[in-house]
Design a protein around this ligand. Structure first.
Ligand code: KIV
Length: 264
């Protein structure tokens, strides 16, 4: 397998090759995904929910994202690594945003992801200008949960739809190499995908995006606090882990473990 670069990702849009993306937050999971051939690993700030157990992503800190980035980048040889810039790490000033993006790159990120459209275009441009690729993220943007009044599908009304199309264009014009479209109607995602020359990566945005992203804990059945309609669970690891742990408990209690073969 060969290392995925930003050039490969941009080429896939031209060739019409669909693009799978998964999140990871730690070394072991990154190694599994990388060896399985995932071309892009996103270190999402969803870590705050599925890894740290918080209700939303707002409390995630830059230091926490730096820690996850160092762990994931050690586990990944070939996947392109993108790290989410957490809330407050890029909204306060462009200077902050540039410095914080730089820290994430020093930790192993090859690109950073920022939520927002027109309002953060200058920030995207400034980060791109310093040589750091940027992935945009519009639609349902979890860091704006309070402004949206909850995790709600965006772009259903005409005005909002137009705003999202403008946002997508602005993010592309600011220099982003790809953009996540989250929680928007499938026909809107299709329209945006057709209008842009950068990769659109959908989550809860239907089948017409250039790529798809899911949170790894959802794919593997490891997180069931919420189960969005758009998630496809490929395996129930919670069940498999529970059954393994029960077996271990039983073995220890009954003196079956450790046996001779596990002893010195
Ligand atoms: O934080 C995250 O994992 C994300 C993806 C779900 C797009 O932003």
């Amino acid at each position: 397998m060969k290392k995925t670069t930003i050039l490969d990702i941009m080429k896939m849009k031209k060739e019409g090759t669909k693009f799978p993306v998964l999140t990871a937050y730690d070394y072991s999971m990154a190694k599994i995904l990388d060896e399985a051939g995932i071309p892009l690993i996103l270190i999402g700030d969803s870590a705050g929910m599925v890894f740290a157990g918080n209700e939303n992503t707002l409390t995630v800190t830059l230091d926490e994202m730096r820690y996850h980035t160092r762990a994931v980048s050690k586990g990944s040889k070939n996947a392109f690594i993108v790290t989410d810039m957490p809330f407050l790490s890029y909204q306060v000033s462009i200077e902050d945003a540039k410095r914080n993006a730089g820290f994430l790159v020093q930790d192993g990120a090859e690109a950073v992801k920022l939520e927002g459209g027109t309002s953060i275009a200058d920030t995207i441009k400034a980060i791109v200008d310093m040589g750091v690729p940027v992935m945009g993220h519009i639609g349902l943007t979890p860091q704006s949960i309070h402004a949206m009044g909850g995790y709600k599908i965006q772009g259903r009304e005409k005005k909002q739809r137009k705003r999202l199309i403008d946002d997508a264009r602005t993010v592309e014009d600011a220099g982003a190499f790809s953009i996540v479209l989250e929680g928007i109607p499938a026909d809107l995602a299709k329209e945006i995908t057709e209008k842009l020359s950068i990769q659109t990566i959908g989550i809860g945005a239907g089948p017409h995006c250039d790529g798809q992203v899911l949170v790894i804990h959802d794919v593997l059945g490891l997180y069931d606090n919420i189960k969005p309609k758009f998630v496809k669970r490929y395996v129930d690891l919670k069940k498999a882990i529970s059954s393994a742990v029960n077996e271990y408990i039983d073995d220890v209690k009954r003196g079956r473990f450790p046996s001779k073969e596990h002893s010195f």
